[in-house]
Design a protein around this ligand. Structure first.
Ligand code: FAD
Length: 474
């Protein structure tokens, strides 16, 4: 029988578990991608991410054509229609087996259950593989077979499981001979989706550029990653998150490239390479968490008592944060970087998230949504994990009484203000001495830049009080 490979957030031909299985199973392989604009809209998927997906699909389509596998692109509105579209496609092309890689979020899992039922009714097999993590969710457990709630012991166990069973990278499948779905025309570029336009052109999507980025990072930057990763003015991190989020690259490929360069890094927890691996394991941790606790994909905090926090409603404060006009230069520079590029440095994601949830005391979900609507690497597990960490509502989160001081964060991580000056042109000529507190400069009046919208000292005390009383309510 023929196979259908359903691409979702795994847009690559190399090291793709489901794709490898589909091509092993049959010579006749058809590929499909389904866009779901209404669902994306409901999930706040950023237009820049959608554009990035579209461009990557063009590459994928060419790569598949080289293997003599055609890619069909279908558009429906919501996930439930997607299940029906797969069933229809399978029937009309005489498919006997549909392959895909699991997506771990709640709506996605519901959709896959529906798909499985629709296919089962038609006697078509459906296989969803674990592919997105290096170690499959559910395989890293405490001695009592429970999921971990704290990162450090999770990582210890993750490394143990990894050493026991080093996952291999799947090679690109062979070219098909006489695929029953042979292409007789050159692949057409993917038309734009029914979605607001945005331009992701700064992020190359061809295979060689992506691999080069990974290689360059491992060869040149990983060794000093631990020293440079917190300085947003330095290009010290890999900038691979967009590729990981749409699956143009797999976490296994990252790990393999790192180990090729630093074969001993698992044993050297002080090295830059280990420090990077640590971040890849954070990615895994958050994925394992959303599988173990589906409530995390359903607007719930991990810590139940934080539902009692009296968040403030303020459209003007929220908007000042979104637009980068809070009067705290490091926060504003970061928020403008996000709006203009669709990406933000990790240190600043923590600083801006803390600012929204603690200094402004605005609900973390407003921030989670805004990030999602802007980020090219927007991803439920990591975004939700990051927000719940910053808001002190998550597993292993920042304790509520530890509140970042945005001025001090700026002074520590952007000492000469070069990151700030890149993103806030109004502050270009402010002397170093005042760059983190421009309102103290005697020429501040001439700047088109707001005064701080809150006083950090009192905002911090207010946040601690509000959290404390929420905790004592239960
Ligand atoms: P590197 O430092 O090179 O790290 C390598 C990879 O490890 C990243 O590409 C990413 O896949 C993973 N990683 C790194 N840090 C984390 C982390 N803290 N949590 C989970 N995975 C991590 N990451 C996303 O991919 N999508 C998101 O939507 C997202 N939202 C976030 C929201 C908040 C509030 C916070 C605090 C963090 C968020 N992160 C998110 C995590 C992190 O900020 C980004 O993964 C990182 O900045 C990407 O840059 P990089 O590829 O250069 O990372």
């Amino acid at each position: 029988g023929a196979s259908l490979i359903w691409f979702r957030s795994d847009l690559r031909v190399v090291d793709n578990t489901a794709f490898a299985a589909a091509t092993r199973c049959s010579n006749n392989v058809l590929a499909v991608f389904i866009s779901t604009p209404m669902q994306w809209h409901e999930h706040n998927v950023a237009p820049v991410k959608v554009d990035f997906i579209r461009r990557r699909l063009d590459v994928l389509r060419e790569q598949l054509a080289e293997l003599s596998i055609p890619l069909v692109v279908v558009e429906v509105d919501y996930f439930d229609k997607e299940a029906q579209a797969i069933a229809d496609l399978a029937v009309s092309h005489n498919i006997s087996h549909v392959f895909c890689n699991q997506q771990y979020e709640w709506n996605e899992r519901q959709r896959d259950e529906l798909t499985a039922r629709l296919l089962d009714k038609r006697n078509i097999r459906f296989s969803a593989f674990d592919d997105d993590c290096i170690i499959t969710p559910g395989k890293v457990l405490t001695r009592n077979n429970q999921p971990f709630k704290v990162f450090t012991p999770f990582r210890r166990e993750w490394l143990k499981v990894y050493r026991f069973e080093v996952p291999s990278v799947y090679p690109k499948p062979e070219k098909r001979h006489a695929n029953g779905f042979m292409l007789d025309v050159q692949p057409e570029p993917v038309m734009s989706f029914t979605y607001p336009a945005a331009d992701s052109i700064h992020w190359p999507v061809d295979e060689e550029a992506i691999r080069q980025r990974l290689r360059t990072f491992c060869e040149e930057k990983a060794v000093v990653y631990h020293q440079q990763r917190d300085i947003p003015a330095i290009d010290g991190t890999s900038c691979l998150s967009p590729y990981l989020s749409i699956g143009a690259l797999s976490a296994r490929q990252c790990m393999a490239a790192l180990l090729a360069e630093f074969p001993q890094c698992l044993d050297d927890s002080k090295s830059g390479a280990f420090c990077w691996l640590n971040e890849i394991i954070w990615r895994e941790f958050y994925r394992h968490l959303i599988v173990a606790w589906p409530k995390l994909s359903r607007d719930q905090p991990f810590l139940g008592w934080t539902r009692n926090v009296m968040w403030q409603q303020s459209d003007s404060m929220l908007s000042a944060w979104q637009q980068g006009r809070t009067g705290y230069p490091i926060v504003d520079a970061a928020m403008r970087q996000l709006r203009q590029t669709g990406w933000m440095h990790n240190r600043l994601r923590m600083v801006t998230a803390s600012f929204l949830t603690k200094d402004l005391l605005i609900h973390w979900q407003a921030g989670e949504q805004w990030f999602m609507s802007q980020l090219i690497d927007g991803d439920l597990a990591s975004n939700n994990g990051g927000w719940q960490w910053a808001a002190s509502t998550g597993t292993d989160a920042q304790p509520y009484f530890r509140v970042f001081n945005p001025t001090v964060q700026g002074e520590r991580f952007d000492p000469d203000g070069s990151f700030i000056r890149t993103w806030i042109h109004e502050l270009r000529d402010v002397p170093d001495k005042y760059i983190h507190q421009p309102f103290l400069w005697d020429k501040a009046e001439s700047l088109n830049y707001p005064k701080p919208i809150v006083d950090h000292k009192s905002a911090r005390l207010r946040a601690i009080e509000v959290f404390k009383s929420a905790k004592t309510l239960i």
